[in-house]
Write a protein that binds this ligand. Structure first.
Ligand SMILES: Nc1ncnc2c1ncn2[C@@H]1O[C@H](COP(=O)(O)OP(=O)(O)OP(=O)(O)O)[C@@H](O)[C@H]1O
Ligand SMILES: CC(=O)C(=O)O
Length: 581
């Protein structure tokens, strides 16, 4: 079920609002367009005109409509808007069994509003014709995660991202202090509460990454070919001595050897270790490049990343535990754990969250970005609520040419294990500087969508880039296009559904769904809808990879869809509903 946003006048939109980035559409000719952000409206099941009361409702209504006012839909049909417990949400019941509704081809009961009632929207839209043709398939399934940083931390910038389709705001605890993060979380919550968005918050732990210090406040430093730099575990007062950087890992000088290659940010600059002097390591620059504050450091020997004492560093450091306490107190929706090595750490964190916050539904996302996480991939993903292919650090630990196949493997495994997966890092890296992406970047985004990743993530593009809104538009439009292309390709193929269930009880549900899907494809969609409504009433399912599943209206689902591909479903988890095989 859908919450509809009123579309403010262009004049009142924030400066970066996508509608301000392009000329206004020609209103006279434009077909009615609709959008949705979250499954919040509810229709009375008592009404015979609503064949699937749990289903998606595309409702073009002003957001600030008064309770109990009447909304005219599709000519003469009416929806009466009822007061809801959550004031920003629309709760509607159909007041008349209008033939338009009964005759509407989509069994999910999609409604369309008169063109006049719907202001044109450029993002996340479906035309009336598309809705009639495709139903809920007109909407983007691939979710979008944006890292919030200095370029996007203000309320108006965050709103511009929400308008552009951001489903999850990511806070990287490597950067900024807790006060800064707290302000961002408050702004996101405010957007949700006051303006009706459904943006989730993901906190990303720093982990025990080896990285450089802050460069004494300088925004960057340039390393030139042949220069000798000192990498030291000593702390320095700002300004730093010339050609010197601080390294956060105490054991650094012990772990490296003369002759090792030292890579900054996976190769943005490269050094060769030439001498060790106590806590200082002297390195010659062999590939010149820009050093950014807190850039990641890896050292390589004989073609492999060195795993010495650094391999024993804890996944969750003492600082991370404090950040996690902060995240629990702030009620973040996801905690992404960096440099996960095994399933134990995920289980430990889940128990910790459960003990700290009874009934909490904070989801734990495992970031796959190290050799250890690849070694124990399946057990880690099974233990987690989702995974992130963190290609930035992953590409610094394994040869770059292996990253695409590893990404494909992780996405496939997540789909098999029925866990949502985010593909992250450098999707549109050039858009940090330029207003359009490279063709290769568009191809990369397309590939991730084609693999059916549940979500795509912007990092520097949204955190500190010059064009965060445009980058989001690119992700959104490429996702929509590739999803449609894929559907068209699939349309004529026989229906082949991969097994996604991991337990006997899920297998039974899956078989029912597969039968329903086949009926839905070859016979009639109504069967699918009805079958699904029966299933959803009897099983506690969470099938993320299945495109046709409608949203349900539990809180968990209100939060979960931000990270799920398509319409994820979690059946009501009320105590009265027991899980049955
Ligand atoms: N909260 C923040 N405050 C300041 N700068 C930030 C913040 N978040 C992100 N950035 C900037 O955006 C860049 C990209 O963000 P991102 O979260 O990808 O960081 P990262 O340092 O690459 O870490 P990770 O490997 O965990 O992704 C960072 O290098 C940093 O310059
Ligand atoms: C996102 C992240 O942490 C990475 O790509 O390394």
């Amino acid at each position: 079920l859908i919450r509809r946003h009123s579309q403010p006048n262009r004049r009142h939109l924030p400066k970066h609002h996508p509608r301000n980035l392009r000329p206004p559409p020609a209103r006279a000719k434009a077909p009615a367009k609709f959008t949705h952000y979250s499954p919040q409206a509810r229709i009375s099941t008592a009404d015979a005109a609503m064949p699937a009361a749990h289903s998606l409702l595309h409702l073009a209504a002003p957001k600030s409509v008064a309770p109990t006012s009447t909304l005219s839909l599709a000519g003469a049909a009416h929806l009466r808007l009822l007061p809801s417990r959550r004031p920003q949400r629309l709760v509607a019941s159909c007041s008349s069994a209008h033939p338009d509704l009964a005759a509407f081809p989509n069994p999910n009961g999609l409604l369309v509003a008169e063109p006049a009632a719907a202001a044109p929207i450029d993002i996340d839209v479906a035309t009336e014709a598309e809705l009639r043709e495709n139903g809920s398939r007109s909407t983007r399934r691939t979710k979008l995660v944006c890292t919030v940083g200095p370029a996007t931390c203000g309320p108006s910038e965050l709103e511009a991202l929400a308008v552009g389709g951001m489903n999850v705001a990511r806070l990287n605890m490597c950067h900024g202090d807790r006060e800064w993060h707290q302000k961002v979380i408050s702004s996101v919550r405010m957007l949700n509460e006051e303006k009706g968005y459904a943006v989730a918050v993901m906190m990303d732990t720093e982990g025990s990454e080896i990285h450089m210090g802050d460069l004494g406040g300088a925004p960057a430093a340039k390393a030139e070919d042949g220069e000798i730099w000192t990498f030291s575990v000593r702390s320095f007062e700002a300004p730093l001595p010339e050609l010197t950087v601080h390294v956060n890992y105490e054991g650094f000088a012990e772990d490296v050897r003369v002759g090792d290659d030292l890579l900054v940010d996976g190769g943005m600059a490269r050094f060769e270790v030439v001498e060790k002097l106590g806590p200082d390591v002297k390195c010659r620059c062999t590939d010149p490049g820009l050093l950014l504050p807190r850039a990641n450091l890896t050292f390589w020997r004989d073609g492999s990343v060195v795993r010495a004492k650094n391999a024993m560093l804890p996944t969750i450091t003492s600082k991370d535990w404090l950040d996690i306490d902060f995240g629990i107190a702030e009620g973040v929706d996801f905690i992404a754990v960096s440099f996960v090595k095994s399933a134990e750490v995920i289980n430990h964190l889940k128990s910790y969250i459960a003990a700290r916050s009874r009934g909490s539904d904070i989801a734990v996302i495992a970031k796959i970005e190290s050799i250890d996480s690849l070694t124990n991939l399946e057990e880690i993903i099974r233990a987690s609520d989702g995974a992130m292919v963190a290609r930035g650090d992953l590409g610094a630990q394994i040869p770059l040419e292996q990253v695409p196949s590893i990404q494909q493997k992780i996405v496939k495994l997540c789909r098999q294990l029925n866990k949502p997966v985010i593909v992250a890092s450098q999707l549109l890296e050039s858009m940090i500087e330029y207003p359009i992406p490279t063709r290769a970047e568009v191809a990369d985004v397309s590939e991730a969508v084609h693999q059916r990743a549940d979500a795509l993530m912007l990092s520097g593009e949204s955190a500190m880039g010059r064009y965060p809104d445009k980058a989001l538009i690119v992700l959104s439009s490429v996702s929509l296009r590739i999803e449609r292309w894929w559907r068209e390709e699939k349309h004529h193929e026989p229906l082949e559904l991969e097994d996604v269930s991991s337990s006997f009880s899920d297998k039974i549900s899956e078989e029912i769904c597969i039968s329903a899907a086949k009926m839905g494809k070859y016979c009639c969609q109504l069967a699918l809808s009805l079958t699904w409504s029966i299933i959803s009433n009897h099983f506690d399912l969470q099938l993320t990879s299945w495109k046709w599943m409608p949203f349900s209206s539990t809180r968990r689902v209100a939060i979960w869809p931000p990270c799920f591909h398509g319409a994820a479903l979690t059946a009501q988890s009320s105590p009265s509903r027991t899980r049955r095989p």
